[in-house]
Design a protein around this ligand. Structure first.
Ligand SMILES: [Zn+2]
Length: 478
């Protein structure tokens, strides 16, 4: 085009062609706008990898709230059976799809589903979908169940207190729309809620074990009403909180949230740790299992405090629930906390889902009491089959054994405890003792400890926590 321009002598002709050229160029740019956006997005992804400080270009839908719509259960996990013989998973998916469609029509939302067909998705994966996508809210759709078919009503569950406003707004809309009894909002330790880092709720729309409610839940009309109510609840929540909680921009989504577990900080290997490295010198980690109780645990804490040393307590969830003040004391006094299951079952004989629940519930109760999520787990009786070890490692929890077993729980004398420690301890060793559950409230352990600490100091040992010994963070929240 340019060479032909040159041949033309008339100035007027050059002007006309120049204008034509500009118009064509404009058209070409508009035409390629889509691929341009695509390029910007892929550039964005590359920048995320390389330079976090470069502020990314603005992209079109930065003002949308990302909502993860989770249809509960699915695949091999059918959920609750309904009064008419169908299963919860079918209803959950049907309603979730309606919610998803309605959200897509709303300017302010960008929805995403955790499953779009009858498939099984692990609970932690549902939360991970929302976390990885940096969602602004997660709503998990369920129907309730009870042995008494007369029981009815809508309830909304949450786990973390920052989900309460969302739970209240969903509950209000759904119970109003369907006219089911309003059973209110409840705090529940559900994995999908515990693991989600954004406001997250489980909407138990109604009882499929109640024939009248089931009929409404399975009807088109009922599902339309419920879906619209959920969307209205979300609109109220984000509308009201909009000024406080603006949607995340692409820029802010790229900043890793500080409490998130950074996998690069440490490595959890697929193994049981029995000791630390002797290269770190004469270190020893004292550990106390099965607490807290109100007699032995405080005495042990007093001794550790007098001697200015730190230890590690492997806690039982059901005891932590009864004595949260002792969990706080342990953490406040600088000791490390590990998870020792909820009720001390033998994991060789516990089904996988129960075992995981034992651990997850204990993580939650410790976090509730002291604000830390343990990074350590010790199996009751030291029993842990390979599949459970792998599953625990996937939760970013290190499994801890021991090198010295004091047998203190059997009621052996303090002298026996001391001789076992002196015979078996090597630098980097982990000593197993108990802070509850033994004979005479662990009188032998307490007596031995008062002697053991100065004797080991005399031998040149320094006392460290298990995370210090293994170069791990004190807890998952670090
Ligand atoms: Zn134990």
């Amino acid at each position: 085009m340019i060479s032909r321009n040159k041949r033309r002598k008339s100035i007027k002709g050059i002007y006309i062609l120049l204008i034509l050229f500009i118009v064509l160029l404009g058209l070409k740019l508009t035409w390629h706008n889509d691929s341009l956006t695509g390029k910007l997005i892929s550039n964005l992804a590359e920048r995320k990898e390389t330079a976090m400080t470069v502020s990314p270009p603005k992209i079109v839908n930065k003002t949308k709230y990302r909502i993860v719509v989770d249809a509960g259960h699915g695949g091999k996990d059918p959920g609750a059976p309904g009064a008419s013989g169908g299963h919860e998973k079918i209803f959950n998916l049907a309603l979730a799809q309606r919610v998803y469609q309605l959200l897509k029509e709303e300017q302010m939302f960008e929805p995403r589903m955790t499953r779009t067909e009858d498939q099984f998705v692990e609970l932690q994966d549902r939360a991970a979908i929302a976390n990885d996508w940096n969602a602004d809210a997660l709503i998990s759709i369920h129907a309730n169940t009870y042995k008494d078919p007369k029981i009815s009503g809508t309830e909304t569950l949450y786990r973390h207190s920052d989900s309460i406003p969302l739970a209240e707004m969903i509950q209000e809309q759904v119970s109003k729309a369907l006219g089911f009894p309003d059973r209110g909002i409840k705090m529940e330790q559900l994995k999908v809620l515990s693991l989600s880092k954004m406001p997250a709720v489980v909407a138990e729309i109604g009882y499929i074990t109640n024939p009248e409610e089931e009929a409404i839940l399975l009807s088109n009309k009922g599902q339309d009403l419920a879906a619209q109510a959920i969307v209205d609840g979300l609109k109220n929540y984000f509308g009201q909180n909009g000024s406080l909680n603006p949607p995340k921009t692409e820029e802010s989504r790229q900043i890793p949230s500080p409490p998130a577990l950074n996998q690069n900080q440490y490595k959890i290997e697929n193994k049981v740790y029995f000791d630390g490295s002797a290269k770190d010198g004469k270190q020893v980690a004292l550990t106390f299992d099965d607490g807290p109780d109100t007699i032995a645990t405080p005495k042990i804490l007093d001794i550790l405090k007098e001697n200015k040393i730190k230890a590690t307590f492997f806690i039982l969830g059901n005891r932590a629930k009864s004595h949260p003040e002792l969990i706080r004391r342990i953490v406040d006094e600088g000791h490390a906390i590990g998870n020792h299951s909820w009720s001390h079952p033998n994991f060789d004989k516990t089904p996988m889902n129960e075992a995981m629940k034992e651990i997850e519930d204990t993580q939650d109760v410790i976090e509730d009491a002291a604000g830390v999520r343990p990074i350590l787990f010790r199996a009751p009786y030291g029993a842990l089959p390979k599949d459970k070890l792998n599953a625990i490692n996937k939760m970013n929890i290190a499994v801890i054994g021991w090198t010295v077993d004091t047998l203190d729980w059997t009621g052996v004398s303090s002298n026996k405890i001391l001789s076992l420690v002196h015979k078996q301890l090597r630098p980097g060793g982990i000593v197993l003792q108990h802070s509850a559950n033994g004979k005479k409230h662990m009188a032998n352990t307490i007596e031995a400890l008062q002697q053991m600490i100065p004797e080991l100091k005399e031998k040149g040992y320094s006392f460290v926590t298990v995370p210090q010994l293994l170069h791990l963070p004190d807890s998952q929240s670090q």
